[in-house]
Design a protein around this ligand. Structure first.
Ligand code: BYC
Length: 472
């Protein structure tokens, strides 16, 4: 039975019988999905020290307790309403935001919400085996925190589908549990969410780069003229920040440990001899997950994106920082492949909204990589990590049919096929990572050899706190 105690919410669930019934129908299917497709081996006997949102105020969403994962209280939260909020961009700029879905935009909004919703369970599915190879209890707990919050983000989208899209919405909510990451017949919608995440370097890069696409997409959806979508995504952003923290600090701790091991090895680059992760391997995983996440922003020129903007459904990140909220006559210049070379082309800004958001995303990633490079500086080392050129390894958009190296130099198809594993993870790299992650580290305060401990624990707990405990 769904109740405010079981499903913490600020949407007046107990006073909305229709919604309550719809969610009651969906909830057991969700729990079954979580048990089948969620963290494997951690459903029955483990208690995890997680943060559960019980309200949207700062103290409410940072409520910590031990829970068994399937009993996590997945809640439904919207950020507080903004008084007299107006549509911030597009053809309806200045008009009051919508509390209901206008019929003419129903399909577009449903498509956006379904695409967003689909990524959330997908990521839980991708990560479901990682607990068996965790580098510490601290990291195990962070993995599960990310997983339960992705589950909550699915609830957020399902709430919108059930509340505003009637029968269609209910069908879509079922489909969100039916598609499966990597499944040949029923894959997840966006490509990056069908990629395997089999080791912890994948996981940290995913939470650094792919969750950051979550940030850019949620920022743009939080500008939406559909107020419930705006308020839902605004609250999701607070949780997304933690996921990126997990990714960025996870890689930082690997880099830190690699630097220490390189020093121990007399500044040799071959830290694999000492069980560490060498810098070229780290760079390959940056190349992979950054390029996959660039694809998540869609085509460079997109009539869908133009239409979302015109209708006020999906804006730019931080729309208030732009002067012109109509972008009617604005032009965007971009580089596109042409006759074996590149050509600069000016297109209407509205059609280039995916590219505008990608620009924002690249800047945000770049800042993160620079923070990693500070670790090398602190160790007095000249090595540096870098983002590959945005034309590298693209699967969506104008650059998907041509090949470039990470510096952006064009390559023939043959050269790409011959050399791609110089820049992207190859089977021996993956085998090596699995070999150093073959045993999980479950002892409080202990860390796998390839990663440094964090600077501090969770919620002011010590680093050797028992973040995940086995039920007696
Ligand atoms: N893979 O006109 P275009 C997150 C398809 S991550 C496969 O450019 P549009 C999270 C496209 O569907 C954030 N297909 O599309 C992170 C379309 O297909 P159809 C998720 C792709 O609509 C970590 C066709 O190509 N949120 O939250 O402008 C853990 C034409 O493309 C891909 C959102 O994505 C791709 N990468 O842009 C957990 C926000 N890209 O229908 C969670 C909602 C494009 O013609 N989604 N296609 O067959 C959107 O805003 C847009 O759908 C996209 C695509 C930006 C994704």
């Amino acid at each position: 039975m769904i109740s405010a105690e079981k499903i913490p919410n600020n949407v007046g669930l107990s006073g909305n019988k229709r919604l309550q019934r719809a969610l009651e129908h969906w909830q057991p299917k969700y729990i079954q999905w979580w048990k089948d497709m969620g963290p494997q081996g951690f459903q029955d006997y483990h208690q995890v020290y997680v943060r559960t949102a019980v309200s949207v105020d700062p103290s409410g969403w940072a409520h910590f307790e031990y829970v068994k994962l399937p009993e996590y209280r997945w809640g439904i939260f919207l950020a507080d309403p903004v008084h007299d909020r107006r549509i911030g961009f597009g053809d309806f700029a200045g008009k009051p935001v919508w509390q209901e879905v206008p019929g003419e935009f129903r399909n577009q909004l449903r498509r956006l919400i379904v695409t967003q919703g689909d990524t959330e369970p997908a990521s839980v599915e991708q990560q479901r085996w990682l607990g068996q190879r965790c580098p510490s209890l601290y990291d195990l707990r962070n993995l599960f925190q990310v997983n339960v919050e992705e589950g909550r983000h699915l609830w957020a989208m399902v709430y919108l589908l059930h509340s505003y899209f009637g029968r269609d919405g209910r069908d879509e909510a079922e489909e969100l549990l039916a598609r499966q990451s990597g499944n040949r017949d029923k894959p997840r919608i966006l490509d990056a969410f069908n990629e395997p995440i089999e080791n912890w370097l994948d996981f940290f890069m995913f939470t650094m780069f792919t969750d950051r696409d979550g940030k850019s997409q949620l920022l743009s959806l939080s500008e939406s003229s559909l107020d419930p979508l705006s308020r839902t995504t605004r609250f999701m952003l607070t949780e997304e920040a933690h996921h990126m923290f997990v990714g960025e600090t996870g890689v930082a701790r690997i880099v830190e440990r690699t630097c220490q091991l390189m020093k121990d090895a007399g500044y040799s680059e071959d830290v694999r001899k000492l069980g560490g992760i060498d810098i070229p391997t780290i760079q390959k995983f940056i190349n992979l997950w950054f390029s996959l996440s660039l694809d998540l922003h869609g085509n460079e020129i997109s009539t869908n994106a133009a239409s979302y903007f015109s209708n006020g459904l999906k804006g730019r990140a931080q729309e208030e920082k732009w002067d012109d909220h109509q972008a009617l006559d604005a032009i965007y210049e971009l580089e596109l492949p042409s006759n074996g070379g590149l050509e600069r082309k000016a297109v209407p800004m509205r059609t280039a909204m995916n590219e505008v958001l990608r620009d924002w995303y690249v800047g945000d990633c770049e800042a993160g990589v620079q923070r990693w490079n500070k670790i090398f500086e602190r160790h007095g080392m000249s090595e540096r990590l870098r983002l590959p050129d945005r034309k590298f390894n693209r699967g969506i958009g104008m650059f998907s049919s041509v090949h470039y190296d990470p510096q952006g130099a064009p390559l023939s198809k043959e050269e790409w096929t011959r050399r791609r594993h110089e820049w992207l993870p190859a089977t021996p790299d993956r085998d090596y990572l699995l070999s150093i992650m073959d045993r999980p580290v479950y002892e409080p305060g202990k860390f796998a050899n390839y990663i440094a401990p964090p600077l501090r624990g969770i919620n002011r707990q010590p680093i050797n706190f028992e973040y995940v405990r086995t039920e007696a």
